[in-house]
Design a protein. Structure first.
Length: 181
C-alpha cells in the first residue's frame, strides 16, 4: 500500500483495517490501490466470523472499490473485468446472505436486469460464433469469453427468479455458456 496509509497509522495490510478506515482510503485510492482495497473488503465479506449485516457492509465496500476502478480504467477489458467481479460478488451475497429486494445490489431481479444489460450479443449469436471459435479473430474470441464470464453466475441466479421473460432470457445462456471457449 502507500506510505500515506503508514503515516496515518493504518499499517501496510489493508485486511487489518476497519470498515471505516478502508472506506476512507478507497475515496482517494486509484488503480492497484483500489484493487487491493476491493480484495481486502471482499475477504471480510466472505469471513463468517463477521455478523451477516457486517458482511453485507464489507461487500458494499468491495463493490464501491470495484466500481471506482471502472471510472479509473479504460476500455472493454476493464469494463468486463469490473462487471464480472460485480456480478459474482452480488450473486455470492444473494446466495449466501440472502436476497434483499430493497437494495438493488442484493436484488436478484436487479442483478438479472444488469446482466442482460451488460450482454452485447444473444445466446444464439454466441452459439453460432462458438461453433468455429478457433477460426475467429482474437477480438471475436475475446468477446465470447467476456460473455462467458459475464454469465458465470446465471445458473445460481435462475433459482431466485420468478418465471417470466427475464428468467427465460437468462436460461438461454446456461446451455450457450458450455459452448463458449
Amino acid at each position: 500500500m502507500s506510505s500515506d496509509a503508514d503515516r496515518e497509522g493504518l499499517g501496510r495490510d489493508p485486511s487489518t483495517w476497519t470498515l471505516k478506515q478502508l472506506a476512507t482510503f478507497i475515496q482517494n485510492a486509484r488503480g492497484q490501490q483500489l484493487e487491493t482495497a476491493r480484495v481486502a473488503a471482499q475477504g471480510h465479506a466472505y469471513d463468517s466470523a463477521h455478523p451477516r449485516e457486517g458482511r453485507r457492509q464489507w461487500a458494499k465496500l468491495s463493490l464501491l472499490a470495484n466500481r471506482l476502478m471502472l471510472a479509473d480504467g479504460e476500455g472493454d477489458l476493464t469494463r468486463t473485468r469490473v462487471t464480472h467481479q460485480d456480478f459474482m460478488l452480488r450473486m455470492w451475497v444473494i446466495d449466501r446472505l440472502g436476497p434483499d429486494d430493497t437494495d438493488p445490489d442484493w436484488s436478484p431481479d436487479a442483478l438479472a436486469a444488469d446482466t442482460l444489460d451488460a450482454l452485447t450479443i444473444t445466446p444464439a449469436q454466441a452459439a453460432a460464433l462458438a461453433d468455429g471459435w478457433r477460426d475467429l479473430a482474437i477480438e471475436q474470441i475475446r468477446r465470447l469469453r467476456w460473455h462467458k464470464n459475464l454469465t458465470a453466475h446465471v445458473e445460481t441466479l435462475l433459482g431466485y427468479l420468478a418465471p417470466g421473460r427475464t428468467r427465460e432470457q437468462l436460461l438461454a445462456w446456461t446451455s450457450t455458456r458450455r459452448l463458449l471457449p
